[in-house]
Ligand binder design. Sequence first.
Ligand SMILES: Cc1ncc(COP(=O)(O)O)c(C=O)c1O
Length: 451
Amino acid sequence: MSAVVQNPGVRALTREELEAHWMPFTANRNFKAKPRMLSHAKGMHYWTPEGRQILDGVAGLWCVNAGHGRKEISEGVARSLEQMDFAPPFQMGHPQAFELANKIVKIAPKGMDHVFFVNSGSEAVETALKIALQYQRLRGEGSRTRLIGRERGYHGVNFGGMTVGGMVANRKIWSPTLVPGVDHLPHTHDLAKNAFSRGQPEHGENLANELERLVGLHDASNIAAVIVEPIAGSTGVLVPPKGYLKKLRELCTKHGILLIFDEVITGFGRVGSAFGAQEFDVTPDIITMAKGLTNGSVPMGAVLVKKEIFDTFMTGPEGAIEMFHGYTYSCHPTACAAGLAALDIYEREGLFQRAKDLAPYFEQAVHSLKGLPGVIDIRNYGLVAAIEYEPFAGKPGARGFDTFTRAFAAGILVRAAGDITALSPPLIIEKSHIDELVDKLGQVIRETKVP
Ligand SMILES: Cc1ncc(COP(=O)(O)O)c(C=O)c1O
């Protein structure tokens, strides 16, 4: 799987050649002064243009669940591109879109059986929120327009997702133009009570009751939906406390509020089941997904809804468009081919079960970092984990970034989320890779120079 790939001889770019590309979520000047380039990938590894091998500890960006360079995907994509480069998705169809929707429904929680295709996690979130609002209106509850997110949630970068999200850096510049009528539940991260939890933390179920407070404030008749990630990923792997998601489900049901799980990270085996919904035994009304849907190979996202929601939309005149929403590239044939091939691999190789089987070994390995200088918490679930550090005085985030850059120099790709290192390796990872990842990260942590 991870046989060494020949370096294709990518030449180094000059500083001038690096200029035109405005890089996303990147310290552009810092990067361009000292670039971290990747040139090719196979199995569990990336290679740099100089030929340095990098062990992928984050599945690219929480998405390459079946590992890199999967021939089944590239061949499927090539075939599809040659057969039909594009098909208009509005008022027209192509078989692969229907096939992929059926395949997703097969692994979805029971009763969730209709899929709307988009091109990213951010678009999945916008689409889910719009579906929630229209659904409430269609069932005669048009006053339900408020949306509830959660502090430290990440739901992408478009206006709806940014607003229901709870990351201050992503919101503050655009604060005056955030979507009106949005509240936030408190986050569930409680270092004082739950530090070094293995799996779901003991404390915090009661935080779901904050929804009652918001219902008391606004009245349920004004609230359309609650959106949460089953495990908050981008803000540093916040695992839901025991009982929390079930309580949230109960309260949403009691008050006629839709529950949306944003499973852009937790979908496709990351937590040991197809979706967090099954793993935590809580069925939401809507699920958003992206990333692992195509193994990260071609941009694609999707929104999965319960039958009742879909049926509510299918009630107007038969010739009328039921929802005025969609993208030019919704269910693009290339993305569908990638999705079909990725889902085939997950199934054939039993990768969701593999994540579950490896989780105890992964847990043991990451928790072996407890006691290293500056480590104030380690948490994990399935094949996702986080190591949290004491921040450098007066420089929040600097320690996490320093750890990330030195880890890359040491030959491992990890993810910095503030002063937290997140790990979410491809599900094909071997125990020896886990050992290497944790050994190297441990060494990097030991060598930290506190300013
Ligand atoms: C939970 C969640 N939702 C939405 C997104 C946004 O996805 P994208 O970057 O594909 O727009 C992400 C991305 O990391 C995510 O983790």
